[in-house]
Write a protein that binds this ligand. Structure first.
Ligand code: ADP
Ligand code: MG
Length: 697
């Protein structure tokens, strides 16, 4: 035995002892030992493992094995409390310091840390804004700094927290300490951002634990609602505990009513939601239709099937939702229904979630005006009333998205307000008539009516929303005069409806500046990241690579030649049964014609040009134009040809070579089938048509 392995063995023995002693576990889980060992060596790691994989132990053990205490930065007070309680139950001294704890207790906790009585100190990111805390860290240095839920550092992450980002610029002493980051969110963009925000570009990444070999993943291409309906009908014939995800509340309700199922979404009453959850947890064999609001904290281990009725917006979201199948380790299916209209919906959502910079500038200006007119009082936030006044806005949802971005950028904050004095004003009569009757009349009443009616008319609005102070600006009256006039006409000429209490947006200190002072180029970057995410979902659907291998290698896990062996792609490669229905004789005949056509130009053209040739559309290449099959299948329709071609690819008759640009090649099986030496077997996913209809011209 060499000296290094002897030393390595000694170390792993010590780690195992500590694992048993502190936690009572017999063994490390996948990658835990590697992380612990590398952290103990002093490496800075960005560790990505799925939820429940056991990330906490990866940093808790090194902290315990070293003298001193470790500092854990965690975003949620409830999360922090759970962790501290869990450690204390094991007899491991842990404390947390956050704003929910009285100052005297906070001080006592820090004193205990300084006195060496504590192994773990949990804090929220806001804590770093407190100068005395930064001094504390400098004088009582932790043995490790842990950023838990590190995706919150990233602006591409779904729970971005500006406080997290500021830590590293506010607290220089951190530069000299060992920092490790942990998260379950695995996308290249988020990982890169975490490392750059922590100012540690060289941080090593370790992604592991995402393989789920018991999940049979598949994609069913559907041409539209009819296909989807047929697929659902077929699937639901075998009852199994099933979760069906849709992309909207309305779709969830529609689908549930079509198939007489229960549904769940965030727009239901608490009571109805609870009932749906109980049904899903307790029923022996439930089938529930739900939006992505469903799933957090639902622990049913024997979900046998997760069906995505609509395409998801990202692979991260997809894998997380699909991963709710088969937690018990038994075989389960994850089925994604792919359809082109869904892609358009996702593109539309992407547009809404990525408003143009002009809209942010406009919304900021609007909020500033509102605040100055209401004398700094917060007004309730009503995007459905604001959006018509912002030229760059498409609808209320987009304005809502813009508000969320301003919030993330630290320009506004959400608060709750009691009635603010602002309200909605509408006139009972016609606006043009009001203008005519009151224009030029120099009384307070006429001034208000004429100017405000003209203001509305010019903007094409029926209802005005804002603070009476704004009406004073519009009419040239004083605030008290405006109030009196409103009172006078109330319920007669006009209706003034004061706002009720509700959510409000208030400008932060940074937001008070006259110009919106943020890096708007980051918006374009965010949009590109979202676009890439969506492209990847499409690529996933179209790819002929093992489904899990595709997703997991995108997450960054090193899998080498590992393949799940049970997804639709792996199964068809090994000639196993593929989900779907057998092709009809007519479809088989057409498929053989496709194979025969490809044989003549094997390995020369890609999918798009080959299809165009069959359709008679190709006009660049002589080889294709003079092909005997040129235009011969035009009447079959492009969608139909696409389906057959894709099925031939998926089921191993045609391969796609990955050169500078991908070309179609017959596999051995494919050329035997083309020459009639082997029987062609094909399973298709769309609803069967009797015969492909001939198109009329
Ligand atoms: P994560 O933060 O990755 O979502 P946690 O650290 O909260 O996951 O761990 C999830 C669960 O797994 C916890 O209940 C934890 O006690 C348990 N666990 C972690 N490591 C081991 C192990 N080596 N053996 C047994 N159980 C473990
Ligand atoms: Mg955790």
């Amino acid at each position: 035995m060499t000296a290094t392995t002897a030393k390595g063995g000694e170390k792993s023995g010590m780690m195992k002892d500590a694992l048993n002693r502190y936690f009572g576990y017999a063994d490390f889980r996948e990658s835990q030992a590697e992380v612990v060992e590398r952290v103990l060596k002093g490496e800075e790691l960005c560790v990505i493992m799925p939820t429940g994989a056991g990330k906490s132990l990866c940093y808790q053990l090194p902290i315990l094995m070293r003298p001193g205490y470790g500092l854990v930065i965690s975003p949620l007070i409830s999360l922090m409390k759970d962790q501290v309680d869990a450690l204390n139950v094991r007899g491991l001294a842990a404390v947390c310091v956050n704003s929910a704890i009285p100052p005297s207790e906070q001080e006592a906790a820090l004193r205990a840390v300084a006195a060496g009585q504590v192994k773990f100190l949990y804090v929220a990111p806001e804590r770093f804004q407190v100068q005395s805390f930064r001094h504390f860290l400098d004088s009582v240095r932790p043995n490790l700094i842990v950023v838990d839920e590190a995706h919150c550092v990233s602006q591409w992450g779904h729970d971005f927290r500006p406080d997290y980002q500021m830590i590293w610029s506010q607290c220089e002493v951190l530069q000299q300490m060992q920092v490790c980051a942990f998260t379950a969110t695995a996308t290249p963009a988020v990982r890169e951002d975490i490392k750059s925000q922590l100012q540690r570009p060289a941080m090593a990444e370790l992604v592991s634990g995402f393989k789920r070999p018991n999940l049979e993943m598949s994609v069913l291409p559907c041409r539209g609602k009819k296909d989807k309906h047929a697929v659902m009908e077929r699937l639901l014939r075998t009852p199994q505990p099933t979760l069906i995800y849709t992309s909207s509340r309305r779709e969830a309700e529609n689908l549930a009513s079509q198939f007489d199922l229960q549904y769940y979404h965030a727009g239901m009453t608490d009571q109805a939601r609870k009932a749906a959850q109980d049904y899903f947890i307790r029923d022996a064999c439930p089938t529930l239709v739900a939006t992505n609001a469903f799933g957090m904290g639902i622990d049913r281990a024997d979900v046998r099937r997760v069906i995505h009725y609509n395409m998801p917006g990202s692979l991260e979201a997809y894998y997380q939702e699909a991963g709710r199948a088969g937690r018990d380790g038994a075989r389960s299916q994850c089925i994604l229904l792919e359809s082109y209209p869904d892609l358009l919906i996702q593109q539309y959502l992407l547009d809404l979630n990525n408003p143009p910079p002009e809209l942010l500038v406009g919304l900021h200006r609007h909020l500033r005006q509102q605040e100055s007119r209401s004398d700094g009082a917060a007004c309730t936030w009503q995007p459905e009333l604001v959006w018509p006044t912002l030229p760059a806005a498409k609808n209320a949802a987009q304005v809502q998205a813009a508000a969320r971005i301003l919030e993330r950028l630290g320009i506004v904050q959400r608060t709750y307000v009691r009635a603010s004095g602002s309200g909605r004003l509408s006139f009972r009569g016609r606006l043009d008539k009001l203008c005519r009757e009151h224009a030029g009349v120099q009384t307070q009443r006429s001034l208000l009516l004429a100017t405000v009616a003209a203001h509305l008319q010019a903007r094409g609005l029926k209802v005005w929303h804002g603070h009476p102070g704004e009406l004073a600006d519009i009419s040239g009256l004083r605030l008290d005069q405006v109030r009196r006039v409103l009172d006078y006409f109330q319920g007669d000429v006009l209706d003034w409806l004061p706002d009720e209490s509700g959510e409000a947006l208030v400008l932060t200190e940074a937001g008070q500046a006259p110009e919106l002072n943020v890096d708007l180029s980051s918006l374009a970057r965010k949009r590109r990241v979202d676009e890439q995410r969506l492209d990847l979902v499409r690529e996933y659907c179209r790819s002929y690579m093992c489904r899990q291998a595709f997703i997991i290698s995108y997450f960054g896990e090193k899998i080498g030649a590992w393949r799940c062996g049970c997804c639709d792609i792996c199964a068809s490669r090994s000639g196993k049964h593929v989900a779907g229905r057998p092709a009809t004789p007519a479809e088989l005949r057409d498929s053989r014609r496709i194979l025969a056509a490809l044989e003549l130009i094997d390995g020369q053209f890609g999918r798009r040009r080959f299809l165009a040739m069959l359709m008679g559309l190709e006009n660049e290449s002589r080889v294709l134009q003079e092909h005997p099959a040129y235009g011969t299948m035009q009447q079959r329709g492009e969608r139909y040809l696409e389906e057959l071609l894709d099925a031939l690819c998926r089921q191993g008759y045609i391969e796609i070579s990955k050169g500078t640009y991908p070309v179609l090649e017959l596999s051995e099986r494919g050329s035997e089938a083309a020459q009639g030496r082997q029987e062609l077997e094909l399973s298709l996913l769309s609803a069967a048509k009797k015969t492909p209809r001939r198109k009329k011209f």
